[in-house]
Design a protein around this ligand. Structure first.
Ligand code: GTP
Length: 323
């Protein structure tokens, strides 16, 4: 995005107390699955937004976090990562990544320190050669390796491409995260703030709710349900106020959230639901707590498990599920 674009669309947000050389813009985090993109996003933003997991390919949406600093603002786009496309879903994910890359001011490329650079990283490095934006190569998970191993990794990264900077960080301990934010900021255009200061994400609540439920539902059964679960938040309905504080708008009213969990085969329904519905109840309880925290109000969660055969290959179904 150019400086002109920023100031055109954001003239309404210019504030008098913004420093003269304030910078703001878009940054995108790329890398293979499981390299620490979500953890780094959360560390930079300072609040849990992206969904973390021990398993690859959970970040299916371009969740944005916003990093606020006195001297600037970084709008982070956490991408799903590159996949060699096998299904329509895989292809859409790659398209999303490309679209994001075309539109950012800085690209952050994560390469985990505890793993050697491999074909997956080389594939992404080759794609990034086409990018217009400067690329900052990041050695992630530095807390997991010795200084010697880290040094070797940094040299390997240097050999892999032409980077604006190479920065080692640990999203887990926070080591060097502030420095990384400063470096990213220095590559952004001079621009007024793009978002109000209290905003940490512009991702629709619906998507975040769906991600939280999907995470809870996959807990412990990922082996059986690798990529066959999709979550659709059908409706979010506010209840009538039930006390004086709620009527006066001093306390948020409770919300009912209606959700569909789609699996590909009937046999997979049982895995999600569990004997006598026991598992689904505990999934609901775990997700409800997190959603309640996210929305800052009490939540009633109504979940239905349904079969949608081959949803990953059906464009209409993918559209309905937000892909
Ligand atoms: N020790 C250590 N572990 C980390 C660090 N960053 C991430 N991890 C772990 O690595 C795993 C994957 O991290 P994520 O942040 O989910 O990785 P991702 O790249 O967003 O993964 P996808 O969403 O699958 O693309 C999780 O178990 C994290 O706890 C780090 O700095 N240090």
């Amino acid at each position: 995005m150019t400086e002109e674009n920023h100031s055109e669309s954001l003239s309404g947000l210019i504030r008098s107390d913004v420093p003269e050389n304030y910078r703001a813009g878009f940054a995108c985090i790329v890398g293979r699955p499981n390299v620490g993109k979500s953890t780094l996003t959360n560390a930079m933003v300072g609040q849990k937004i992206a969904i973390m997991s021990d398993r690859p390919e959970t970040t299916r949406h371009a969740v944005r976090g916003i990093v606020h600093r006195p001297q600037g603002q970084i709008v982070l786009v956490d991408t799903p990562g590159y996949h060699r496309p096998r299904t329509l879903l895989g292809k859409r994910l790659n398209d999303m990544v490309r679209e994001n890359l075309a539109d950012v001011d800085v690209i952050m490329f994560c390469l985990p320190s505890d793993q050697k650079i491999g074909p997956g990283d080389e594939y992404i490095a080759a794609e990034l050669k086409e990018a217009r934006a400067p690329v900052i190569a990041i050695a992630t998970k530095t807390d997991k390796v010795s200084p010697e191993r880290l040094m070797k990794h940094l040299l390997d990264i240097d050999q892999l491409g032409d980077w604006a900077e190479i920065v080692p960080v640990s999203g887990l301990t926070g080591h060097q995260v502030d420095r990384l934010a400063d470096i990213v900021m220095s590559h952004l255009p001079v621009s007024p703030p793009l978002y109000p200061e209290n905003e940490i994400t512009d991702e629709p609540e619906r998507v975040m709710i769906a991600e939280l439920i999907r995470e809870a539902a996959l807990e412990g059964v990922r082996e059986e349900l690798p990529h066959s679960l999709a979550v659709q938040v059908e409706e979010i309905i506010e209840r009538e106020p039930h006390n004086a504080a709620q009527r006066a708008g001093k306390e948020p009213v409770m919300v009912d959230i209606h959700v569909n969990l789609f699996v590909e085969r009937d046999s997979q329904k049982g895995i999600i639901i569990g004997a006598g519905g026991k598992r689904l109840r505990s999934v609901g309880e775990a997700a409800r707590k997190q959603i309640s925290e996210l929305l800052g109000r009490r939540v009633f969660l109504d979940m239905h498990v349904r079969t949608a055969k081959d949803w990953q290959r059906d464009p209409k179904m993918l559209g309905r599920l937000g892909f």
